[in-house]
Structure formats: C-alpha cells, structure tokens
Design a protein around this ligand. Structure first.
Ligand code: LLP
Length: 442
C-alpha cells in the first residue's frame, strides 16, 4: 500500500464507471442522483451501475474468450444472470439454488457450469436434467470421489441423459499453492476441502475413474486458488505447478477459476490488475510451460465483474462524538447487508454523496444497527466534519459478496437493489417487508 492521506476525498477510481460529480459537488451514477435514489427507494440500498457491469463482462469475454464464466456467488439475481449472459458470459453456479435462479433468468443450461464441493444427488440431478426436455449443464466441475459415485448412480437410470451426448465434466484439482489472501478464501493449498490433490495422486485416480464412465466426457481441468488476489504471481505459480499433470492428460480445457482482486481503498488503487493483464499473463505462462495454445484457457471472475459496480447507500441515524479516539456514525444497515468486515476484517471507505470532493477530516467508525460491537462497516475511516444525522452515506465497492451474503440477523429485512443506466433507475430486487419475515412461519 502506498502512503496516502486518509482524509483526502474518496478516489473516484473506486466508483462505478459512470459516476460523475455534479456542479454542486454531489454524485450521480448512470446519470441518477444518489440522494434522490435514497429518497425514492429507501435505505439501505445497493445501487449498481449497469454500464459498469456490462463493461466488465465484455472485458472478461474479450480477455478470455468464449467460455469465461461469471462467478454468480458474488451477486446473483435474475437481472444479473441475464445481463452476464447477454454480454457473452457463461454462468458459474455453486449450488442448486444458484442453478435455479440462473435457469429462471432464462440462461440456457449449456452456458452454465455447476460447481460445489458437496453436490447432493438432487443437485446433480438438476445439473443433468435442468428442465423438461433439456440436456445437462455445459460443465459439471467434479470435486470428490463421492460425487463421482453419485453421478454413476444417477447415470445408471435409463434416460438420464436427454441427448446421446455424454455430459461434459471438468475435474477440480488442488495445485498446492498458497495464495496471499485471507485464510477463509484461500483454496489452492493441500489442506483444503476442495478438489483433488495432484501431489497425493488423487487427481490422477479421479481422471481414470471419470474416463471409465461412458456417459461422462472429461473435457478439462479446473483450479481455483482463492479470492481477492491482488498479484499475478500465485496464478502464474498455479499454472506452473499443474503443467506436467495437465499436459500429460492431453485435455482441451483449463480453467483457472476466479480470484482477481479489486481495490477497496484509496490506498490500494495502484495494486489493481485488470482483466486483460490477468488473462495475458496466464496465456504467456501456459506458453512458457508448454501448454498448447489449442487448449481453451478460461476463468470465472466474480468480484472483478461486480464489486466496483455498486455503492451501498445508508442513512445516518446517530452520531456519537467521543472526542478521542473517534466519532461513531451509525447507519440503518450493517453486518446484515455487508458481513465482510466482521467475517474477514475487510476494510472500506465511506463518503457523503452530497459532497464527494470534500475532505474527510472526522476520524469515524461507521457502524451498523445490529446488537454486536463487531457490527462495523468502516473500521477506521474518515468522513466530512459537517456530517449530520439524516445524511445519506455511501460505501463504495460493495457489489460483490454483500447482498449475496446478506442475512436477516436481528430480523433486519433485506435491502433493495436498483440498477441505474441512462438517467433511469430500475428496481431489480425489492426491499423485504416485515411480512416477508414471517413467510416461512407455520
Ligand atoms: N470460481 C470458484 C470455483 C469459486 O469458488 C469462486 C469464489 C469464484 C470462481 C469467484 O471468485 P472471485 O472472482 O469472486 O474471487 N465471500 C468472500 C469470497 C468467497 C469466494 C468464493 N469463491 C469475500 O467476500 O471475500
């Protein structure tokens, strides 16, 4: 991290691509004024810049080519699924629920990739039969010997496959690489619940088993080493580590998974690598280690597509000026709409959309409304000194793993989500109501 004065205004490079500062110093995204949006739709509110989402999907497709998949766990709803598909991406889903939403959005099954380290029989059945008369999903990424047994069991039933083509599968392997990221989102090391270890020989055994099942077609190898990775080195090492194993198998596809990180803070801006730098570096590594350029190299970015596309708007409810060490600013959401700070110690910036270019001289901790001290959104931040109760406060870079990991803790209804574009806002996910909180009650 470079030393940057934390009291400086928010760096506009953290904001969605259509963000603009108006002549009165307030912020618009997609040509829509954020304060007006908060008034119309209430708070907390996730505001996604549709142009930014589309641009990032297009960059993914240009950089990686056909088959690059959006990691839907970062943020999924029908509109997001449609958008990613319209822009040429496949969808990576990790559960029956994600598969269900992607299909409900009208994404064709052959553009869906089914992940999961513990896919149930029902989930595998959904992947093989995603709907009446439909052939299976584009790829099932096989993760365990138990899953292979379940697939065999399902495939024994006559008529399981809706075409005479075998179901395409990939094998997820662990290369024994420690990516420099939070331990909760590190997945490439040997000591992991994911995939088959190359070093132990489990991966070769799994390949042999899959090749023996005539209704499955092993098309490639998959690897995912972790998330929020801000340097290319770990990805490069991954390809180097699995090169011998991969070349020997003579398969046509290699997927490097997701993981490309994004900047969350003013001080992180210079560290970020973009989609094409990521893809180019890995293509070059493949060349260097002797992986044929005929092999389809793909990826599954999630965060890099959606994180910077959104800001979350909150209303300030209480301000406690403690003097030293800081002021506490409480907003009307918190760990229920963004659990990343409490889960991973993630850090964010905050700013006032009414005064985007203002210096932020008030040392402040932005906290939520939940009954825990850990319910923090910005641990050690700065805000303009004239902040008041009733102000709309924005936290940028909240498009990934915020709404998708939201909860109803303290029976807080889920926030609403809008997409903005060309001066219009459209509601894509309604705010939950108190009645919604009772919908499962018997
Ligand atoms: N592919 C696979 C197999 C994955 O497991 C993941 C993320 C992705 C792709 C997308 O990764 P991305 O490009 O978004 O890094 N909740 C955590 C992140 C968990 C990532 C889980 N897997 C967070 O908020 O940081």
């Amino acid at each position: 991290m470079t030393a940057i004065d934390p009291t400086e205004p928010i760096n506009l490079a953290l904001l969605p691509c259509t963000a603009e500062v108006s002549s009165d110093g307030s912020l618009t995204i997609g040509g829509v004024d954020l304060i007006a949006l908060a008034k119309e739709f209430g708070t907390p509110l996730f505001v996604y810049d549709e142009e930014h989402l589309r641009l990032r999907c297009r960059q993914a497709v240009t950089s990686w080519g056909e088959g690059v998949a959006y990691g839907t766990k970062a943020f999924l709803c029908k509109e997001m699924a449609k958008l990613a598909y319209q822009e040429g991406m496949w969808l990576d889903v990790a559960t029956g629920g994600e598969l269900y939403v992607a299909l409900a959005a009208g994404v064709p099954a052959d553009h869906i990739k089914m992940h999961g380290n513990n896919k149930s029989l029902e989930e595998l059945q959904m992947a093989l039969h995603p709907g009446v008369g439909k052939a299976g999903v584009g790829r099932i990424v096989v993760d365990s010997f138990d899953e292979i047994r379940r697939l065999e069991e399902l495939l024994k039933a006559p008529g399981t496959l809706r075409t005479d083509q075998p179901q395409p599968v990939m094998l997820r392997v662990t290369p024994g690489i420690d990516a420099h990221t939070h331990s909760h989102v590190m997945t490439g090391q040997e000591d992991t619940k994911f995939g088959f270890s190359i070093a132990s020989g489990a991966a070769v055994q799994a390949v042999e088993k899959l090749m023996d099942i005539k209704d499955l077609n092993l098309v490639g190898i998959h690897v995912h080493i972790g998330s929020q990775i801000l340097e290319l080195e770990a990805f490069v090492k991954t390809i180097e580590a699995l090169a011998d194993f991969f070349i020997h198998l003579d398969l046509g596809e290699l997927c490097i998974g997701g993981g490309l990180g994004v900047a969350y803070l003013n001080s992180e801006i210079p560290l970020v690598s973009d989609m094409s730098t990521w893809a180019d570096a890995l293509k070059q590594t493949c060349k260097k280690v002797g992986i044929s350029d005929k092999v389809k190299l793909t990826a599954e970015p999630g965060r890099a597509i959606v994180a910077q596309a959104a800001v979350t708007l909150y209303k300030v409810g209480t301000i406690k000026k403690l003097g030293q060490p800081r002021t506490y600013v409480a907003v009307d959401g918190g760990m229920s709409d963004n659990p990343r700070p409490i889960l991973y110690g993630s850090e964010y910036e905050a700013f006032l959309p009414r005064a985007v270019l203002s210096d932020r001289r008030e040392r402040a901790r932005v906290v939520g409304k939940h009954c825990e001290s850990g319910d923090v959104l910005v641990h050690d931040g700065y805000l303009p000194q004239d902040i008041e109760v009733g102000d709309i406060l924005a936290i940028p870079v909240t498009g990934a793993y915020g709404y998708s990991m939201a909860s109803n803790y303290n029976k807080q209804p889920k926030a609403a989500v809008v997409f903005v574009k060309d001066k219009q806002a459209r509601l894509v996910l309604k705010r939950e109501s108190y009645e919604d909180l009772l919908r499962l009650e018997q």
